[in-house]
Design a protein around this ligand. Sequence first.
Ligand SMILES: [Zn+2]
Length: 348
Amino acid sequence: MKIGVSYFGNRILKHVKEDLQNIVEHSCNYVVHTFSENDLKYYKETMQDIIKVSHNLGLEVYIDPWGVGGVFGGEAFSNFLLENPDVWQVTSNGTAVPIACLNNEKFKEFLKGWISVAVDLGSDVIFWDEPHLYINKLMEDKLNQWACLCEICKQKFKQKFNYEMPTEFSQDIVKFREESIVNFLTEMSAFAHQKGIKNAVCLLPIENPIFGVKNWDKVCGIETIDIFGTDPYWISFEQKAALMGFGGKVLKSLEVGKFVGYFSQKTQDLCKKYGKEGQIWIQSFKIPEGREQELTIAIDTAYNVGIRNIAAWGYDGCKSMSSIRSDRPDIVWEILGKAFRKILRECF
Ligand SMILES: [Zn+2]
């Protein structure tokens, strides 16, 4: 049984050590360290020390390209995007948006540089968190603002389909966008594998092709992906329930057991089919007061469908980051520890 938690917001080694000990006491056997562009530029050696301390405490280390190029999840800014406006994605309205195009060679080279450093630091697994194309943050107008129609994408589209890339959303666009994500992950994970590190991918729990990947088989089936999963954050996605494409149904609300259960089962089935390890992420940020026990339901639900790699985002109910902190982070962290201990006991 693998149990993990994400850790970020602190680069002071003596405090990191204390927190990591606390993570071990909460039954975790791995930690996900965020490694943003800021870390890459200013904290390389510090991160090496942090990874060493993690290993010394018996924790496996996942490393996360937190917000790199705006392509992955994370509360981090991208300097690469500031310096390279030519790599930005272009929406169907012709607007350049600050997120790197997955078909852009310059971005891919930059990310390979990030991978090389991540491997040199001594990490065990790269955690490719929520790789995505531009998502209209409002998720309101279904036919508005999707990407990418940059010159590179337009050329690639024409080569594949033999006609100019349309600005209207269509089945060919769905295919092209999915292929862009799959080709990108295939190339990056193969590069990482060659360097001797494992790959984990987490897709957003969205099946609507305008906002996410509809055909998860294509991602789970990538040869060099070892761990595949999703992050069904039932509270975060609550307001957008109707747009999630939940098994083809429109939901009015996201009840924890049903939502986590649906995506855990989907992950488990796909992983069985492609011989991968299934991973489910549990929301432990922005938990409203009085809903803390839902974490136990989420963890039990994932465990009961057979998931044996469960992680929470993030440490200490995200107390240190006010924009995503839970109302009662101490209670969230305590409940999480109890729920983790329980499944660990059941497993042996
Ligand atoms: Zn593009």
